[in-house]
Design a protein around this ligand. Structure first.
Ligand code: NAD
Length: 415
């Protein structure tokens, strides 16, 4: 039986590649690859039928040299320590690459979330907060939504934590409902950031966005807003998909119209009777730009040789395997890596936190303009680093991020 893939081992391999290219001092590398604190809690939860179940939860705090730990909380039966360790390390690099003053953290509870009632989820969330309350806080560690957690979950965390500390601590979580200090623009942020990365990458190829064809895997939050923005800028969105399959039309789609269809029927498949394609076919379809914005491990050593796009912008986390990465780099495909391409979301989370401290709400356009400004600056920094060191963009993004974290630590000088 093949050994189970360890996301944390993968994260460490990526780190080592970038740290070697940077010629990072061994003791600094040793500090940065280790988590500062990892918390495991066993959470007793009273279920609706009166029984008590114990669920295991985690909060991994990878690094806070540049600011408080930041990262989502995931509820899923597959949540495990290895995954949480990897995700929290990636958060450190993601925040550093877009230069926001946060470190990296991630949490989760292994639980049968799909089969739990709202009341059970609320009790579990509140108990989890009670158990990790000393280790989170607006200046310490700031959770956010992730898989199967949402603004309601954040509202419970905010409320429970505020009761414990005795004041309304809005800055303890981001991704809150607007009524409780959430930021305008958060919903669109990741997709719009992906679209901005597509536009910047296309410019490097001296192409007009209006002459660009884009295939997008997925049609959820990230994929939809990326498609909507690209369509507005005049790009041709030639393919989109969901878990039931995809659609392809070389003349392009109006994503708003397709979304109306999906909301009525539950899938994009069948839209105006255009050509149906599989998700596998979408990844190797005829297009200038491919945006995987659904799941991890989609572009592999099997399909990478057939990818026709010249540019890949990773909306999803981890859609390209390391083997595929090498194949695509050799083919000359320009990849905008996930820690840069989908960082619009965490950037607006940072703006939410800033607004909570300012006690002032920015309007939506201000939020989105500032997000785009940060992302475009990061895009240019990564591109320059890749050229300077003659490395792929993923390694360049990590080098940039690791150097920023290492520099912060060296300046503090605490050995
Ligand atoms: P979502 O749940 O809104 O959408 C997921 C989409 O993927 C849906 O359209 C679903 O139909 C589709 N899908 C599911 N299985 C599929 C399959 N086998 N083939 C093709 N499509 C399939 O999720 P989202 O928030 O859009 O997140 C998508 C990805 O982006 C995830 O990897 C997530 O971690 C990453 N991400 C999201 C954000 C954010 O702000 N939402 C931020 C950073 C990264």
């Amino acid at each position: 039986m093949p050994a189970k893939y360890s996301p944390f081992e993968g994260a460490l391999k990526q780190f080592e590649k970038a740290a070697n290219a940077l010629k990072l001092e061994p003791h600094i590398a040793d500090i940065l690859k280790k988590h500062q604190k990892v918390i495991t809690v066993n959470i007793p939860v009273k279920m609706d039928d009166g029984s008590v179940k114990v669920f295991t939860g985690y909060r991994a705090q990878h690094n806070n040299f540049r600011g408080p730990y930041k990262g989502g909380i995931r509820y899923h039966p597959d949540v495990n320590l290895d995954e949480v360790l990897a995700l929290s390390m990636w958060m450190t690099w993601k925040c550093a690459v877009v230069d926001i003053p946060f470190g990296g953290g991630k949490g989760g509870i292994s639980c049968p979330v799909k089969y739990m009632s709202v009341a059970e989820k609320e009790r579990m969330t509140r108990k989890y907060v009670q158990m990790i309350a000393k280790d989170i806080g607006p200046e310490l560690d700031i959770p956010a939504p992730d898989v199967y957690t949402d603004s309601q979950t954040m509202a419970w965390i905010f409320d429970e934590y505020s009761k414990i500390v005795g004041y309304p601590a809005y800055g303890v979580v981001t991704g809150k409902p607007i009524e409780l200090g959430g930021s305008l623009g958060r919903t669109q942020a990741t997709g719009y950031g992906v679209a901005a990365c597509v536009r910047e990458a296309v410019k490097l190829f001296n192409k007009d966005i209006k002459e660009t064809t884009v295939a997008i895997q997925g049609f959820g939050n990230v994929a939809y807003y990326a498609a909507e923005k690209l369509y507005k800028w005049g790009a041709k969105v030639v393919a989109i998909s969901d878990s039931q399959g995809g659609i392809y039309d070389k003349e392009g789609f109006d994503p708003i119209d397709v979304m109306e269809y999906k909301q009525k029927t539950g899938t994009v498949v069948g839209y105006k009777e255009v050509k149906k394609i599989s998700n596998e076919a979408l990844l190797i379809s005829e297009c200038d730009v491919l945006v995987p914005a659904a799941l991890e491990d989609q572009i592999t050593s099997t399909n990478a040789p057939q990818v026709k796009a010249k540019i890949i912008v990773e909306g999803a986390n981890g859609p390209t395997t390391p083997e595929a990465d090498e194949i695509l780099f050799k083919k000359g495909v320009y990849i905008v890596p996930d820690i840069l391409a989908n960082a619009g979301g965490v950037t607006v989370s940072y703006f939410e936190w800033v607004q909570n401290f300012q006690k002032f709400q920015w309007d939506e356009q201000t939020v989105l303009n500032r997000m785009e400004e940060k992302l475009v600056k990061a895009f240019k920094d990564v591109n320059a680093t890749a050229k300077k060191y003659n490395v792929d963009n993923r390694t360049a993004a990590l080098m940039l991020a690791i150097k920023r974290v290492a520099d912060a630590y060296k300046l503090k000088g605490d050995y």
